[in-house]
Ligand binder design. Structure first.
Ligand SMILES: CC[C@@H](C(=O)O)C(=O)SCCNC(=O)CCNC(=O)[C@H](O)C(C)(C)COP(=O)(O)OP(=O)(O)OC[C@H]1O[C@@H](n2cnc3c(N)ncnc32)[C@H](O)[C@@H]1OP(=O)(O)O
Ligand SMILES: [Co+2]
Length: 141
């Protein structure tokens, strides 16, 4: 895979954890870990409902499946108690990042057209098999 141009990735926007029960996970982060947690956002176009745990230097996204055909259903079948699901890096220009990654041999999931993510920004996903078993999300900020 071609070396990515230096400086393509910005901050870690969030680390995502898939959970079987979002209300229980929210209560645990709020009441046991003492964290500030946003209200749930249902995102049917992504097949998930999410909350964000607000941290000083980044966020944790807790997500549970929403509706039929959720992209995280199979993940939770394999890991019924939940698990680390993806890491989201910020990029300045998601289309140029996509084109550079595809030119370098990486697989962009879906048809390569960015979707609007939980923060109302364009997002794309890169196949976990291309990045050491880690699902990568890119969010344009
Ligand atoms: C809230 C909106 C947005 C935001 O703004 O933050 C989001 O975060 S939405 C989050 C949910 N949406 C997505 O995850 C979209 C991208 N994901 C997908 O398209 C799929 O999950 C997938 C990556 C294609 C996997 O789909 P799955 O049905 O599990 O396919 P397979 O069972 O064939 O898996 C293939 C292979 O990949 C391994 N895998 C699956 N998920 C992950 C993961 N999260 N991390 C690492 N590896 C993963 C899976 O185990 C298979 O491996 P093998 O069994 O070794 O082949
Ligand atoms: Co995400």
């Amino acid at each position: 895979m071609q070396e990515k141009e230096a400086g393509m990735l910005g901050r870690v926007n969030h680390i995502a954890i898939a959970v079987p029960n979002l209300a229980a996970a929210t209560a645990s982060y709020r009441d046991v870990l003492g964290a500030r947690v946003s209200p749930p956002q249902a995102l049917p176009e992504h097949g998930v409902t999410v909350v964000f745990v607000e941290l000083p230097n980044t966020k944790v996204e807790l997500l549970e499946p929403l509706g039929e055909g959720s992209p995280i259903a199979a993940f939770l079948e394999k890991s019924p108690s939940g698990g680390m699901h993806h890491i989201c890096y910020e990029v300045d220009d998601i289309l140029s990042a996509r084109d550079r990654l595809v030119a370098g041999g990486a697989r962009v999931l879906g048809d390569g057209t960015p979707k609007t993510g939980a923060h109302g920004k364009p997002v794309l996903f890169l196949h976990p098999k291309d990045f050491f078993g880690t699902l990568i999300e890119l969010e344009e900020v």
